[in-house]
Ligand binder design. Structure first.
Ligand code: GDP
Length: 527
């Protein structure tokens, strides 16, 4: 074990934001970057991004849609910590990408709109966090607007998301009457001032809820607030670091991302409590982050980050050791050694040569088609990290060429796009169809666009009668053979040659599951 590596690893805080669209993820990201000194004025992130990629067709499509298809990595120092924020695509059609980003983080920040409470996409994303007991911070946003009763919002989080809430701060009013937040542990009021949103606001505090200064600020409501807070203290959970780190309890913060208030409070406690990188499981053993040999896995592949280089970048989450330029790495799946000299890190969207890279950090490798999601890279040991999921698609279409001469290009394109995780492809056993499966409708469009743009093939989609996909396995090979004969008409292999059952209806699926108790029908598949 290396002391230098473990000291460095202890500073890392790698996380992603989960929220429903419009809750304020982009706005809070911007404010975090402001505190991380990556930007000087808020309001610049979106504009800058647009200018930068104005020439790219791919990005043009993204802009046209007003969504962010891409997902990037932002690293910034804050206090003694080095924070890695992994951006996730906001549009639900790219939820698979988001799910996989969540496998690469050590914790998450949940942003909830104070007026709307827990919304549908947050519920889904929390389910994914649950798979790994990811520790969650909660920020209740938009307190500068009229919100619901905060007690009600916390109740909703507890019942709908099944996680205990421990408010660290409590809001003093909302909407026009929003005065600030009160720290339940230090008896301090953090005073909100309007119009500070584009910069780092002054840190104005009042010690003591019952102090004269507090009374002057809160006026006629001072006693009401004091009573309410007394009640909240008695009725809510106390913060418990262990329970938080086990994913059982979430510390709750309040504020306004737009007004850049409450974000500093969140960040201060986040760097203190959020977990540093932890041990990760592989098929053969557990890898500790401070081990000297380098290891990492691919959680995302992204095309055309830079319109000038029409390449693809594989994003790797480092799990141990230290990456250094020009090191020789072992690509476990291919059993091949390669030398990586041009790894990149992504600091606020700018490409920079990777610097000190340890567990928790993200590196980007240029990918010329040999790297797949889920791949593990080491310094020689044959390892395969587990827990990087494929989710069963929910939408299916048959893809057909306009020009039948281009079958080879289509197959190649679809294979590569499925390796990237952009889409899933299925080849039925009984015919030569190509079925494309996606989690969101927009994915189909992106695939057609990229097939045309990058592989020069024009495609059309046709409807197919498929309800869902299940990866099938069985302990008993004879049973599997028997099943294959019976279910032949609805069986396919996917892009990775895994046997899949594509039932035409929900009823078919339930019947099959009932009739074949020895066959496992899985809705997710790990790499
Ligand atoms: P995202 O879809 O989660 O990334 O949400 P955005 O950050 O783009 O915010 C959605 C909308 O809510 C935008 O118009 C923001 O300006 C607005 N918004 C975000 N945070 C706040 C807030 O604290 N107060 C108010 N009033 N509006 C906010």
């Amino acid at each position: 074990m290396s002391n230098a590596i473990s000291q460095e690893v202890a500073t890392r805080r790698t996380f992603a934001i989960i929220s429903h669209p419009d809750a304020g993820k982009t706005t809070i990201t911007e404010k975090l970057l402001l505190f991380g000194r990556l930007i000087q004025t808020a309001g610049s992130v979106k504009g800058k991004r647009n200018d930068k990629h104005a020439t790219s067709d791919w990005m043009a499509m993204e802009q046209q849609r007003g969504i962010s298809v891409t997902s990037s990595v932002m690293q910034f120092p804050y206090r003694d910590a080095v924070v890695n924020l992994l951006d996730t695509p906001g549009h639900e059609d790219f939820s698979e990408d988001t799910y996989r980003v969540l496998t690469a983080v050590d914790s998450a920040l949940m942003v909830v709109d104070g007026a709307k409470g827990v919304e549908e996409r947050t519920i889904k994303l929390m389910e994914v966090c649950r798979l790994r007991d990811t520790p969650i911070f909660t920020f209740v946003n938009k307190l500068d607007r009229d919100t619901r009763d905060p007690i009600e919002v916390l109740d909703e989080i507890e019942t709908v998301l099944n996680i205990r809430c421990a408010p660290i701060y409590w809001p003093l009013g909302n909407g026009k009457g929003f005065q600030g937040v009160y720290n339940l542990y230090t008896d301090t009021i953090h005073v909100y001032e309007h119009g500070q949103g584009s910069k780092i606001p002054e840190d104005k505090r009042i010690q003591g809820l019952r102090s004269d200064e507090a009374k002057a600020l809160l006026g006629a409501y001072a006693d009401d607030y004091a009573d309410e807070i007394e009640l909240v203290k008695g009725a809510s959970n106390e913060f418990d670091l262990e329970a938080y780190q086990a994913g059982e309890l979430t510390p709750v913060f309040f504020g306004t991302a737009l007004g850049n208030f409450g974000v500093r409070e969140l960040l201060d406690d986040f760097v203190q409590w959020a977990p540093a990188p932890r041990a990760r499981a592989t098929e053969t053993r557990v890898v500790q982050p401070e081990e000297a040999p380098f290891s990492a896995f691919v959680f995302k592949i992204q095309a055309n980050m830079d319109p000038k280089h029409r390449d693809r970048i594989a994003f790797l989450r480092v799990c141990s050791g230290r990456y250094s330029k020009g090191m020789k790495l072992h690509h476990s799946r291919l059993g091949k050694d390669i030398r990586i000299s041009d790894a990149v890190t992504f600091k606020a969207g700018e490409r920079e040569q990777a610097d000190i890279v340890v567990s928790g950090d993200i590196v980007g490798f240029h990918n010329h088609g040999t790297i797949q999601i889920g791949d593990t890279f080491t310094e020689g040991e044959d390892l395969q990290f587990t827990g990087i999921p494929h989710f069963a698609p929910e939408l299916f279409q048959r893809i057909r060429l306009k020009d039948p001469m281009k079958t080879k290009q289509l197959q190649k394109g679809l294979r590569q796009l499925s390796e990237e995780g952009s889409v899933q492809v299925f080849m039925p056993m009984r015919n030569n169809d190509l079925i494309v499966g996606a989690v969101g409708v927009l994915q189909f469009e992106v695939v057609a666009y990229r097939l045309k743009d990058e592989y020069k093939v024009d495609c059309i989609y046709e409807p197919v009668n498929i309800f869902s996909a299940r990866w099938v396995t069985a302990d008993d090979p004879a049973k599997l053979e028997e099943f294959k004969k019976k279910a032949y008409d609805n069986l396919s292999v996917d892009g990775g040659d895994h046997l899949t059952y594509l039932p035409p209806t929900r009823v078919n699926l339930s019947l099959m599951e009932e009739r074949w108790p020895d066959i496992k029908f899985r809705a997710t598949r790990e790499h």
